[in-house]
Design a protein around this ligand. Sequence first.
Ligand code: SAH
Length: 358
Amino acid sequence: MEDISSRNIDELKNYAASLGEKPFRAKQIYKWLHQSLSESFEEMTDIPKALRTRLSNQAYITAPEKVEVQISKEDGTRKYLFRLPDDSLVETVLMRYKYGLSVCISSQVGCRMGCAFCASGMNGLARGLTPGEMLGQIEAIQRDIFNETAGAVPKPDSEEYLRNRISHVVVMGTGEPLDNYDNLLSFIRLLTDENGLHLSQRNLTVSTCGIVPKINELAEKKLEITLALSLHAPTQEKRKKLMPIANRYDIHEAVDAMKSYQEKTGRRVTFEYSLIKGVNDTDEDAEELSELLWRGAHMNLIPVNPVKERSFAAPTRAAAMDFQRKLEKFGINATIRREMGQDIDGACGQLRRRHLER
Ligand code: SAH
């Protein structure tokens, strides 16, 4: 079966040609999939019936199936649990910000990076997601939102479309995106295509635990996306205890790769730092961070989301703010990530784990 949701327009043209169809059919199908957010070939009414039947027999659309949706009463954050065509489960989160709707997608089923504080990697990696499966998470949620607000998917560029569109995407859900590099790049092309959701590259953030050769490869692509490094510790010794990837790539190598990414692309990189009480939130840690990073570096502090299988705790709000002030004093721009969806299964991978346990 043909994975039609993962194909870009050029690839779809080749596919159409292989079926003896004209190139314009490719564009029609592409727009049905990624602008009208169709979940079946039947909906594609300007495609001849015979071709639709042929497509249904030979190709499939990865429309993730909603298994469960948790909605936060506090801030409207939603956590979706989706089932993929092979019955794998993935989590995706929708957040509502002042600047618009933002979706946090998974890039793999499970993860093999094994970070100590993370629930996503506890069962290891099953597989990487296809480009269509990464995009499908966003499209499924977008369809949901349009159905709720407009009763149907509105015309692109219509006022209703623009008002309710997902404007930001972060690849910070389950999985390591740079461990699924080729599919990630294909996904970025689909997501930003003008005949699809047409997201601005600038509104896309990719977060990595620090696979250095891939950071360097990505830098050469000169994309306008934001790259974030999950740092979580100020020294190699401490980082190794939290993140096994540090055994492969030294903390300084990872930070240098980020610096050169910033220089090559002209895009400011960010560092993520999960604050864990008594582990990486001391005065000494702040001072060591200032030695590791550079003045003006940007750091997102995230009070760790306790995972029931682990004994990590978050510092108090006051302690987190104190740590932030220390970093600021050293010239590091630190912000504390607003915690959203605290009343739903917050930490990455928890909703999925709960389902797998059943
Ligand atoms: N593999 C990528 C992206 C997925 S993880 C990466 O490592 O960046 C997204 C972010 O959530 C990472 O910074 C990760 O370290 C962090 N994270 C994972 N579990 C967490 C938890 N329990 N509390 C706070 N942050 C967590």
